[in-house]
Design a protein. Structure first.
Length: 238
């Protein structure tokens, strides 16, 4: 069994996988407690970690004491055997893993990987495994927070699962519209443009909540909540 760890900007998640992912949880206790519990419960034989945070002393210490083989994926330590070429320096570990996960699910297509987290990342990968480029924009909550922090009177609104009309009739509804619908229109715009260049486009969306996109978008769209874990699970050990 493999223990998979995804450390993002705002939270950390853990998963256990064999051929498939069998368990997922969010970190709610100390690293030592969580790692000890999962290693003992599932008979873990290797650990694979994707992290965008530099200081992981607790994990390093635990792995050192337990002598479990580990694979670390970070922007400062790219994994040389990842089947993804022409990735720029400093590429986020979560993007590495999510892209590899999408490639393992649709190996014959041009892929657009959209990770809607704190920021929204867009990665385009050719069917031959070449990174063709990407984009980064603020996520829904970051847009709402920025409007509050950089104006004198706009309130701080916390993003929820509520839907929003395209046009709001008060400040609260108007801000939600720009954050939620603006994000959706942005994503649809990228998809529509890329379809004109790559007719074989397959879109994978991960992170956050499933988005309700327009029905007339004519390419496959797959929502995969644990795409980073699928990528980590697909990586061979060095």
């Amino acid at each position: 069994m493999k223990l998979l760890i995804d450390i993002g900007n705002t939270s950390a998640k853990l998963a256990v996988a064999d051929d498939e992912i069998v368990h997922v949880e969010r970190l709610t206790e100390t690293w030592d407690a969580a790692l000890s519990r999962l290693v003992n419960s599932y008979g873990i034989t290797s650990v694979r970690i994707s992290t965008v945070v530099n200081d992981n002393t607790e994990i390093h210490d635990f792995i050192g004491k337990s002598h479990i083989p580990s694979l670390w994926l970070s922007s400062n330590l790219p994994y040389p055997s990842v089947p993804l070429r022409n990735v720029p320096k400093g590429f986020g570990a979560d993007r590495w893993a999510a892209d590899v996960g999408a490639m393992s699910l649709a190996p014959q297509c041009t892929i657009l990987v959209i990770d809607a987290g704190t920021c929204i990342t867009y990665d385009v990968i050719s069917a031959a495994g070449e990174f063709l480029g990407g984009a980064i924009s603020p996520g829904v909550q970051l847009r709402l927070t920025a409007m509050h922090e950089h104006t004198a009177r706009l309130p701080l609104i916390v993003a929820t699962d509520e839907t929003s009309d395209v046009l709001g009739h008060d400040t609260h509804a108007s801000m939600l519209s720009s954050a939620i619908n603006g994000t959706r229109f942005e994503i649809e715009g990228y998809i529509r443009h890329l379809l004109t260049v790559h007719p074989d486009l397959h879109v994978f969306i991960t992170g956050g909540n499933e988005l309700s996109l327009s029905a007339d978008i004519s390419c496959p769209i797959t929502y995969v909540p644990h795409l980073v874990f699928i990528g980590l699970n697909a990586l061979p050990m060095a």
